[in-house]
Design a protein around this ligand. Structure first.
Ligand code: AMP
Ligand code: MG
Length: 560
């Protein structure tokens, strides 16, 4: 019992000062703003907690420590309940509001004693302040007003308040219940203890050293300062607390999708990952050319007969395909299908298609030949045999969609990888400064050539090492120049890094066809474009070129 009491006392003490240190640390380390959903949750939490606090307000007596033990028990029960419903992250956010009220009251009355007397004020405070902040706030206020005797009493009360939570944390740790991850007070408390003791000693030490007179003005200033610090810092604190990574891998669009996000709440994270998967599946349902009933398959079957109306997903992809066709001077063409098919079939038999076969397939290719009605959002093919295949852009587009959805859910740390179409969210994972993405050497694909550190950017690579056939000792890739009808021989690998995964996907393919002339054109307009081009000619030196800001400080060693 004594040991537990000592432990609880330490935990409570460190929690109190740790809170300040922790918040300050969070603010220093974090530039991005807090998320609105977390704030909403915290308001709801505050209201729930507060209503209870209002009910028990007359029964909680500052002078009766055991009341705090009971109070702590109730707090734990509520925490478990809230955790069960996935509402834990905002537990502490309302604290600054409590302190603001306390400050106003102090400035009015010259004492925070009033706090426990006014029922109306209790109700307001109670509705806004999560449980833990009431004892913490009282202790803080008594400290900044140099009422050390009262602080000691309150601190003991707080330790008792904290005790049920600490016991739960210890039991939880020992039995790995995982019932309530967010109140793992043990590790948090011990980690903060040493650092924050230092801050405490330094703060009061300095005050003593310069022996400032404890005037009322000083007290008021310190009260204000304390409130301000918590006001600013508490808005950031919980966002980084207990941040964990959650991942989901599944197959989609004929490849593997790997999603990783960092979140504070397990059930939220799981819900978000599942929803992302549903989103990916719904895109595949519409745009797959392998599913005979997909919207795109039906369009491909019927668009030579009459104009076919496009639903938003298909229409957006078509608009993107049009932009890609224009930007690439026709090198990137989603109507390439008949040529891809011809070369595919022939490659299986290890023979080259004849000139006539190529000419016939070319007749059925050409984005500019599509009859697109922008107003009614319809497409018509000029003749039977035309096909649209978004294979070279939809994966990137879907990755952007998922990134957009994650932003809606206020997830700012994460990585999406759909078969090599990668997007890194804008904020680095905990304790890292960026996402490290390895890029293969296209001449020796079993080897990584370099690692790039990215934030808020996508990566895509088009290479001839994954899909190709050898015919008569020559390598034929799966990417075809729609204007010649032949597989291209411009590059062996093109990696593109850019803030949109869709454009990474498009441009890696387009540059694979067009090579350096297109790069020269693009980098003039697209400032944040980064490109790595590799080509091993039949004779002579390997071309290994990088373009863009990224490579200003990133070494690109020579290729073997
Ligand atoms: P990626 O792996 O993103 O470079 O895309 C390659 C796929 O795009 C191939 O499997 C073809 O289906 C398709 N494709 C081939 N050539 C082109 C082209 N010139 N324009 C658009 N898509 C193409
Ligand atoms: Mg591509």
């Amino acid at each position: 019992m004594t040991l537990t009491l000592i432990y609880s006392f330490l935990a409570g003490f460190s929690e109190l000062f740790g809170l300040l240190g922790y918040h300050a640390w969070s603010v220093l380390g974090k530039v991005a703003g807090e998320s609105s959903s977390i704030l909403n949750i915290s308001v709801l939490l505050g209201v729930l907690n507060g209503l209870l606090l209002f009910v028990v307000r007359n029964k909680v007596n500052v002078a009766k420590p055991m009341h705090y033990f009971g109070y702590g028990l109730v707090s734990v029960a509520i925490s478990i309940l809230l955790d069960y419903f996935g509402l834990i992250p905002g537990l502490r956010i309302g604290g600054f509001i409590f302190l603001l009220f306390a400050a106003v009251l102090y400035l009015q009355n010259g004492s925070f004693e009033e706090l426990s007397k006014s029922p109306v004020l209790w109700l307001v405070i109670a509705c806004l302040a999560p449980l833990v902040y009431v004892p913490v706030g009282l202790i803080l206020l008594s400290l900044v007003q140099f009422e050390f005797k009262k602080s000691r009493q309150l601190l003991l009360n707080f330790a008792l308040f904290q005790m049920p939570l600490s016991i739960l944390a210890v039991v939880n740790e020992m039995l790995s219940f995982e019932v309530i991850e967010a109140v793992d007070a043990v590790s948090v408390a011990l980690a903060y203890l040493s650092a924050c003791l230092g801050v405490y000693v330094a703060f009061f030490g300095i005050l003593k050293f310069i022996s400032i007179r404890r005037s009322d003005i000083l007290k008021q200033l310190l009260t204000g300062l304390g409130c301000f610090v918590l006001f600013v810092t508490s808005r950031y604190g919980d966002v980084t607390k207990d941040l964990k990574s959650y991942a989901l891998n599944f197959s989609s669009m004929g490849t593997i999708c790997e999603l990783t996000i960092w979140a504070t709440n397990k059930s939220d994270a799981e819900r978000i990952l599942l929803k992302s998967r549903e989103l990916m599946d719904s895109i595949e349902e519409r745009l797959s050319t392998y599913k005979p009933k997909s919207e795109l398959s039906i369009l491909n079957k019927t668009a030579h007969l009459k104009p076919v109306a496009c639903e938003p997903v298909l229409w957006e992809n078509l608009q993107l395909a049009k932009a890609a066709y224009e930007v690439s001077n026709g090198a990137f063409d989603v109507t390439i299908g008949p040529l891809v098919k011809l070369w595919g079939v022939k490659r299986k038999r290890s023979e080259l298609p004849s000139k006539d076969e190529i000419a016939a397939a070319k007749e059925l290719v050409g984005f500019s030949k599509l009859i697109i009605d922008e107003e009614n959002r319809t497409v018509k093919f000029p003749k039977e045999g035309f096909k649209i295949d978004f294979g070279a852009l939809t994966k990137g587009w879907a990755v952007d969609k998922i990134a957009g959805y994650l932003a809606q859910e206020s997830i700012s740390q994460g990585l999406i990888n759909l078969g090599g179409n990668i997007y890194c969210l804008a904020e680095a994972p905990p304790k890292k400064d960026s996402y490290k993405i390895g890029i293969k050497n296209p001449l020796k694909p079993e080897k990584l050539h370099m690692t790039v550190g990215l934030l808020g950017q996508g990566v895509a690579t088009s290479g001839n090492y994954e899909q190709f056939t050898m015919i008569d000792g020559k390598r034929f890739t799966h990417i075809i120049d729609p204007r010649t009808g032949y597989p291209v021989n411009t590059a062996d690998g093109v990696s593109v890094i850019y803030p949109s995964a869709a454009w990474c996907d498009i441009l890696s393919t387009a540059i694979f066809v067009e090579g350096e002339p297109l790069i020269e054109e693009l980098i003039k307009t697209y400032r944040s474009l980064n490109i790595w081009l590799v080509k091993k000619p039949e004779s002579g030196e390997v071309i290994n070129k990088t373009y863009g800001e990224l490579w200003r400080d990133l070494p690109n060693p020579p290729l073997e």
